[in-house]
Design a binder for this molecule. Structure first.
Ligand SMILES: O=C1O[C@H](COP(=O)(O)O)[C@@H](O)[C@H](O)[C@H]1O
Length: 225
């Protein structure tokens, strides 16, 4: 596992924002555009706020989402609401470069629509992911049937973390991206990370090769924090 440790959540956000910006620039230099998928939840918010200050040719970036909660557009618990407030509202990105998951239509219809939209591109260049305290990533929860589905975007029901109905990129599709970056912050993540390092399997450990940005509180090797 490629684990990059940061002192605290602020330095994790700084380190991750710098790294992500550098990766985006590399992809744009090579391909002319970059398809980036973003994570939701609380962990990446500061990273997004710092990412918007980085020198990036935003006109060449496309934003996708790793998962969405089935709530009305604009709901404060939606992942795309957080991403708009922290990043998208502050950068000159063409409207048609933002690809929200239409989760307000319900999980089944939204997953089908997003799978269709994703079929227009060759694949994602970079996927940012988080990990929950139960080892879930995107909206792929341990033992949930969505883990077995192979379309690009899949409906998720019975998620143990509210709301129960969600849409997620599938494990299959996440594995096919060019690059994965996982952000982990806080003591609540330490036990699961330690079990993953010890060889136990959780959805977050199954995404394929990834660069893990971990702060001291989440790090099993940090005895004093
Ligand atoms: O519900 C979700 O949880 C994970 C982890 O969130 P965090 O608040 O613990 O950082 C997140 O990656 C995912 O996008 C989100 O929908």
């Amino acid at each position: 596992m490629d684990i990059r440790r940061s002192l605290n959540s602020q330095s994790l956000a700084e380190d991750a924002a710098r790294y992500i910006a550098e990766r985006i620039r590399k992809v744009i230099a090579k391909k002319g555009s970059c398809h980036l998928s973003l994570a939701g939840g609380g962990t990446p918010k500061t990273t997004y706020e710092l990412l918007r200050q980085q020198p990036i040719d935003w006109s060449r970036l496309h934003i996708w989402f790793g998962d969405e909660r089935c709530l009305p557009v604009g709901d404060s618990e939606r992942n795309d609401t957080m991403v708009r407030l922290a990043l998208l509202n502050h950068i000159p990105l063409p409207d048609n470069h933002v690809h929200p998951i239409p989760a307000e239509r319900g999980a089944t219809a939204a997953a089908a629509a997003y799978t269709k939209e994703l079929s227009d591109i060759a694949g994602l260049d970079i996927i940012l992911l988080g990990m929950g305290e139960d080892g879930h990533t995107a909206s792929l929860f341990p033992e949930n049937v969505a883990l077995e589905l192979s379309e690009a975007a899949v409906p998720v029901f019975d998620a143990p973390k509210p709301p129960a109905e969600r849409v997620s990129l599938s494990l299959n599709f996440i594995r096919r991206a060019e690059e994965r970056i996982i952000l982990l912050s806080g003591a609540g993540k330490r036990e699961i990370l330690s079990r993953i390092i010890g060889g136990e399997r959780f959805p977050a450990s199954e995404v394929g090769t990834a660069t893990w940005f971990v702060d001291a509180a989440a790090s099993p090797d940090c005895r004093d924090c």
